[in-house]
Design a protein around this ligand. Structure first.
Ligand SMILES: [Zn+2]
Length: 385
């Protein structure tokens, strides 16, 4: 009954979009405000592509067929290295420590997996102009992938956007609009999206629900690659830098899918590292759809919102959350650099998080840990504050 896989078209295995909270299955669509029922109830939650079944996974070439929109771009996203760091493992008293390094992606971050997936969706539904609210990696990534696909792109940003990112976005031919505040960026994207002019890659809903579900779908590939690269020594614990938890959720969902397909019997715990307490406050009893003020120079992670994605991912993978200090993250950035990896400060928080989880005895001596490093450090300006 189901047709063959066609790259650039929805997967024949895609059965709809399922709310990650109430579990209701909706027809295939974008749902920028998440599940309509949960939005009406005042407890917003994203929807995610739902699959009637999952195909086999014998190698990297099979990963494209696990996506809502099967395929890959011409820019070469994904298949990033898993790097052993035995000296750092010994320093932390661990059996094994590895880094899944997303910096080798085409524009230097994990956002390329999202952009590639989003472009396939956008082309299928005839979108002409993509939009992203970003002051960094997401904007540069979407600008590149839009250029490669021949689509228009608007990056709505704030005045403090880094010079390297601004130059890359401009050279890719994307339009930059500077909004007076992070919140104003979302208002602008919302207005143009509602008029049907822009197709958004990132969240603009308040309370937040996470990025475009077809973009988040692309992040599941990190879990699939980790599975293929570590079949003989699978990780027991994975640590992920977290803002609105697209990445955390994508990795957790990828592992859940591997379990559903019978490929993984024991799930790794997937932990969140955040720059100041947000998810931590929610787990201590606050509503996840509140406002969480905090200051951090880690721009890629410094939002004031929590999404239900974060809660779902931590429950799904029995993970913990830690909020290392900026000083601890700075020290971790140096430690990774001394091991040969110059990473964005927002990525180094994963190693700072490991330190905190060791101190709390959440991660034990016999653990095999993977840190997700999201971006290299070359694009980052010196901190302003
Ligand atoms: Zn729902």
């Amino acid at each position: 009954m189901r047709g063959p896989v066609r790259f650039g078209k929805p997967s024949p295995l895609l059965s709809g979009m399922r709310c990650i909270k109430c579990r209701r299955l909706w027809p295939i669509n974008d749902y920028f405000f998440g599940c309509p029922d949960c939005a009406d109830a005042g407890t917003p939650a994203s929807v995610a592509p739902d699959f009637a079944s999952l195909p086999g996974l014998g190698g990297l070439d099979d990963i494209a067929c696990w996506l809502a929109y099967p395929g890959s771009s011409h820019l070469g996203e994904g298949n990033t290295p898993l790097i052993d760091l035995p000296d750092l493992a010994a320093q932390h008293g661990l059996t094994r420590l590895r880094v899944k390094n997303e910096a080798p992606n085409p524009t230097g971050s994990h956002k390329d997996r999202m952009s590639a997936a989003l472009v396939r969706r956008a082309r299928d539904i005839g979108v002409k102009k993509l939009a992203v609210a970003s002051s960094g990696n997401a904007g540069a990534s979407l600008a590149a992938f839009a250029a490669n696909a021949g689509l228009g792109c608007v990056v709505v940003t704030t005045a403090d956007i880094g010079q390297a990112w601004r130059r890359a976005i401009e050279l890719h031919g994307a339009e930059i609009i500077v909004a007076p505040s992070a919140a104003a960026r979302w208002d602008l994207v919302s207005a143009h999206t509602m008029m049907g002019e822009w197709y958004p890659a990132t969240n603009f809903a308040v309370p937040a629900v996470g990025s475009n579900p077809f973009a988040v779908d692309g992040l599941r590939t990190i879990a699939l690659e980790l599975y293929l690269a570590s079949e003989t020594d699978p990780p027991t614990d994975i640590i992920v830098p977290v803002s609105r938890a697209d990445l955390l959720w994508g990795v957790a969902r990828g592992y859940s899918d591997l379990a559903s397909a019978g490929l993984v019997s024991k799930l790794p715990r997937i932990h969140a590292a955040e720059p100041f307490p947000r998810i931590s406050r929610v787990l201590a009893g606050e509503d996840y759809f509140g406002h969480f003020d905090g200051r951090s120079p880690l721009r890629s992670l410094a939002g004031a919102t929590v999404t239900y994605q974060a809660i779902d991912a931590l429950e799904r993978s029995k993970g913990a959350v830690v909020a290392p200090s900026t000083d601890e993250t700075t020290a971790a950035q140096t430690d990774l650099a001394r091991a040969g990896l110059f990473v964005e400060s927002s990525s180094a928080i994963a190693l700072a998080g490991l330190h905190a989880l060791r101190k709390r005895s959440v991660i034990t001596d016999d653990a095999s840990v993977v840190l997700i490093v999201t971006s290299h450090g070359y694009k980052e300006d010196r901190w302003q504050n």
